[in-house]
Design a protein around this ligand. Structure first.
Ligand code: ATP
Ligand code: AMO
Length: 436
């Protein structure tokens, strides 16, 4: 490895030591006789000060540098009140590792806001910006913490197929793939496999996977390729057990972000509130009542909350100190795998978690009685032949179970207060974007 120290590890206390840093030239300031070269690496920025009368040969090389060249600079750490971060390098050597073409398609060091589409067209360059990179370092902390929680609680990390015979959600938003001589599709959700694994006796599983949905539209919260965190657990009493898991794991992951991603939160200007109180759990009917009474709002589809409804409910609960809450008992009939229990005062045991005014996950207690599920499929006109492998697997003894699917990209979007979900994805896919 090339010998180097991350800029973030160079502190004023190291005054007098010699270190080498390597990275991109973030900014060059030529003041005549004096050149400031600000180097950017993964951890931050550090300036090296080249003086014509102190190191004339190096000064000439520094003057020839261009924005985004890759360099390695060795020098003496010098405490300086004027330098950003209180420290700078007095250079002893300068190596040009790779020269960057000019002009750049996007400005990186200047405060010039490019529109999202231009940024995504040039994502490799866009990702060089510290505040953009911070989203993904934060995401790494967040998802490590999430997985940690599930490992500690004894959940098994599984992988289910990404190519399948049909959809799991009964919808038509499937991407077809050429699979030898057969018709096949990219996976819409690991739903059916999660449930089969409950019948197989795995008890508690989680999967960090990918789901594909050919939804033919562009919103700020939908993409075609989704990072999905799926959970399923067996021997539950009811859907509250599933919500408990979701609530505790999310709280833990947010705590870890607050503790270990302080630098990234700062970079993004996000003041993260970790909800310490229980997440409110309201019924779907209560949600409609709040919308009507407090805001005079009626969703167009009376069986679902619309984007505006979620946003308004988000504001309502945020004002009471609750950034996250559950809505329980959706009367949405396409969910043939959701429990619908006689005697319940809710329409189904399906819930959504809403975080900062946006749906983050859907889940619930599942129907584990295969006959009841067949009836429901027939009533809804779902072609059972596509589901035989699943119905068959569940018919040989299945414990009560439930779970949820959490959209990781939406979670990152909400934690980082991003306007568009695509900002939370390194290389997002939507109906109009297949590259880069
Ligand atoms: P799920 O499908 O499980 O509900 P989801 O997050 O995709 O998950 P939807 O219910 O599809 O959520 O959508 C929630 C809201 O998002 C809708 O009520 C609607 O307001 C908005 N929405 C969904 N599809 C579109 C669309 N094609 N165009 C604009 N807004 C949409
Ligand atoms: P659902 O269809 O609600 O449920 O998806 C779960 C979560 O995934 C995210 N999501 C999306 N994110 C970005 N773009 C999209 N096009 C998109 N579609 C969904 C949302 C959503 O809440 N099988 C069930 C889960 C379960 O019950 O276990 C399912 O897939 O955050």
């Amino acid at each position: 490895m090339i010998d180097r120290t991350y800029t973030g590890d160079v502190t004023p206390e190291m005054d007098g030591e010699t270190v080498a840093i390597a990275g991109h030239v973030h900014e060059l300031r030529d003041l005549g006789g004096l050149v400031f070269v600000i180097v950017r690496d993964r951890e931050g920025l550090l300036q090296a000060v080249f003086k014509e009368d102190r190191e004339p040969a190096l000064f000439e090389d520094a003057e020839d540098l261009g924005a985004e060249d890759v360099v390695r600079i060795e020098g003496e750490v010098t405490e300086s009140g004027q330098a950003p971060g209180g420290v700078e390098l007095v250079p002893e050597s300068l190596e040009l590792i790779d020269e960057a073409d000019a002009p750049l398609p996007l400005e990186i060091s200047k405060d010039v806001e490019a529109d999202l589409s231009t940024r995504l067209d040039n994502r490799g360059i866009d990702l060089r910006q510290p505040e953009v990179k911070a989203i993904f370092t934060l995401k790494s902390v967040l998802m490590d913490a999430m997985e940690d929680w599930f490992e500690r609680e004894g959940f098994v990390d599984v992988d289910t197929p990404l190519i399948s015979k049909g959809g799991a959600e009964g919808g038509a938003e499937l991407f077809p793939v050429v699979y030898y001589e057969e018709e096949a599709f990219l996976s819409q959700s690991p739903q059916l496999y999660k449930q089969i694994l409950m019948a197989s006796g795995f008890d508690k599983i989680y999967e960090t996977g990918t789901a594909f949905r050919a939804e033919d539209f562009a919103t700020s919260r939908h993409v075609s390729e989704i990072a999905m965190f799926d959970v399923e657990l067996a021997y539950i009493e009811d859907h509250d057990d599933v919500m408990d898991v979701q609530e505790e794991s999310l709280r833990y992951a947010l705590e870890q972000v607050a503790e270990h991603a302080e630098h990234e939160l700062d970079e993004l200007g996000v003041d993260l509130t970790v909800p310490d109180e229980d997440f409110p759990r309201i019924t779907f009917d209560e949600a409609l009542d709040i919308l009507e009474d407090e805001f005079g709002h009626f969703p167009d589809d009376p069986t679902d909350l619309d984007t505006k409804g979620e946003k308004l409910l988000g504001e309502y609960f945020e004002e009471q100190g609750h950034p996250a809450f559950f809505v329980v008992g959706y009367p949405d009939e396409k969910f043939y795998y959701m429990q619908n229990v006689e005697g319940d005062d809710i329409a189904s045991r399906k819930f959504d978690l809403i975080y900062k005014g946006q749906e983050l996950s859907s889940g619930g207690q599942r129907q584990h009685d295969v006959d009841a599920m067949r009836e429901m499929m027939q009533a809804e006109g779902v072609d059972e032949s596509n589901f035989e492998f699943y119905l068959d697997a569940l018919s040989y003894g299945t414990p009560p179970h439930g779970g949820y699917g959490l959209g990781i990209d939406r979670l990152v979007q909400q934690v980082c207060d991003l306007d568009n979900i695509k900002e939370a994805i390194l290389f997002p896919r939507d109906p109009n974007r297949l590259a880069p």
